[in-house]
Structure formats: C-alpha cells, structure tokens
Design a protein around this ligand. Structure first.
Ligand code: NI
Length: 183
C-alpha cells in the first residue's frame, strides 16, 4: 500500500511501531524519497538531530541525522562529530565500535519530557546506502556517533528507556508512566 507522506507524524511511546523491528529496503523509489523529504520536515519542525522511520510508523530500515556544528561538534574533526547537511542512512550496519562506553544524556522525539543517561561507545563505524543508492562507510565520534547509535537502535525497536542508567530510569519513572497512561 503506498504511503501518504503528508499524513506521517512523529509517534510517541508506547506506540507499537516503535517496538517493531524495521525491514530492509529492497529498492529506493520515488516513495522512499518522498518519505525522506517528509521526515526531514518533521525532524526540523521538532528541532531534532535524528529521526528513524519507525518513529513515523514505518517499519523500514531508514533514518536521517542532522547534527549541527557546535562548541564540541564539527563535521571536519577526525572522526567527524557533526554533519554538514542532512544525511540519509538506508539499511545501515554497524561495522565497529571503538573505546569504552561513556554516559551522556539523551532525549528522543518519541519520548517527550524524558531525558536520561545512556552508555555508548564514543566512536562507531557504520555502513549504509545513501538516498542516491550508493553505499558508504562513516566513522563518527562525539554527538554524531551517539546520534547514529540512537537512530540505529530505533530500527531494532530499541528505545533509550531500555538502555538508560538505573538512576535515569528512576528519575523518569513518572514521565514514562504518564506517557503510558496517555494512550
Ligand atoms: Ni529517538
């Protein structure tokens, strides 16, 4: 069934689609491009730095990231810790992690009012296909590495709720319950 991209919205936990593992994309079509366009619009409206297809109810292996440069983040560092534009990752795979996991506070557009510390390796190498159909490999650090791993998790149906430190779980207990009860 064709997707009407205009109707896509960012879904909130505990929406089922957020827990459904994404399926590989076999062919990049006009529909894929229209979906990506709409996802960029939604991410920008929400002032997010990443958005995965399951967050708009689509169980397909695709996410976008747009990590702005800042005090600590740059697309020109080695490895890059920001992007210079929106990047599209189709059927991504993680090739390598480097260094011991570090905690950092994360939020998620599907989990309003929730922020928690998540441990992740600081450097990740990911392989994916771009919207142009060309495969690419990216070794990323800093906020970009974190964002890539967060979005990759979405494709497996994994949320920061599953990975937060015990302390953060406690801190967000009421907010999580409120979301669960708002359904
Ligand atoms: Ni998220």
């Amino acid at each position: 069934m064709p997707v009407n991209a205009d109707n896509l919205v960012i879904l909130h936990y505990p929406e089922r689609a957020l827990r459904t593992p994404a399926k590989p994309i076999k062919e990049i079509t006009d529909e894929t491009r229209i979906i990506v366009e709409r996802m960029i619009e939604l991410m920008d409206e929400a002032e997010g730095i990443g958005l995965a297809a399951p967050q708009v109810g689509l169980s397909i292996s695709l996410f976008i990231v747009d990590v702005p440069s800042g005090d600590k983040n740059s697309p020109d560092s080695d490895p890059p810790s920001a992007t210079s534009d929106v990047m599209v990752f189709i059927n991504p795979k993680i090739l390598a992690f480097e260094n011991a996991p570090e905690p950092y506070e994360e939020g998620c557009l599907s989990l309003p009012e929730i922020r928690g510390d998540v441990l992740r390796p600081p450097i990740v190498t990911m392989q994916a296909t771009g919207l142009d159909g060309k495969p690419f490999t990216l070794r990323a650090g800093g906020l970009l590495a974190r964002c890539l791993q967060h979005e990759f998790d979405h494709l497996q149906g994994i949320l920061i709720l599953d990975k937060m430190t015990q302390m953060s779980r406690m801190k967000n207990r009421t907010a999580v319950r409120d979301l669960e009860n708002s359904k």
